[in-house]
Write a protein that binds this ligand. Structure first.
Ligand code: 5GP
Ligand code: ZN
Length: 113
């Protein structure tokens, strides 16, 4: 686990505002929300970034995107829509080196694409 922030949150060693949890995923409110709804969906398995996945992660990655859709539905942002962001390493603006997907919604979300 080392010093990973999200591994510590997953392990319950640091507090978080959880909106979903099962054996494989945790969804929590972002501590510095950039939109009215800003939730992070975090696989419990420590993978530093999308650039670090391997073939054995294929099923988990599919399940991660499905979980994003389900959590967004539960948060009530699916009807109007939302933006999904996955920052990868330095140029992607990734700050926490444990793979996670941002769900941003509740208003029109600006993005580059
Ligand atoms: P990244 O840039 O790595 O994709 O995004 C990391 C996100 O994690 C940021 O939006 C940041 O606000 C959020 N974050 C950083 N530390 C914490 C924390 O301790 N708890 C929660 N809930 N979110 C955090
Ligand atoms: Zn981790």
């Amino acid at each position: 686990m080392g010093d990973c922030l999200f591994c510590k949150i997953v392990a319950g060693q640091l507090p978080s505002e959880k909106v979903f949890e099962d054996d494989d995923f945790l969804a929590l409110k972002d501590i510095h929300p950039k939109a009215p709804t800003h939730v992070l969906v975090v696989p419990k398995k420590h993978i530093p970034s999308l650039a670090d996945v391997s073939a054995e992660d294929e099923v988990m990655l599919g399940r991660l995107m499905h979980r994003v859709a389900l959590v967004a539905r539960d948060l009530g942002v699916a009807d109007k829509g939302y933006k999904v962001v996955l920052n990868v390493r330095e140029h992607g603006g990734q700050i926490v080196p444990h793979i996670h997907v941002h769900i941003l919604g509740g208003e029109r979300i600006k993005g580059l694409v």
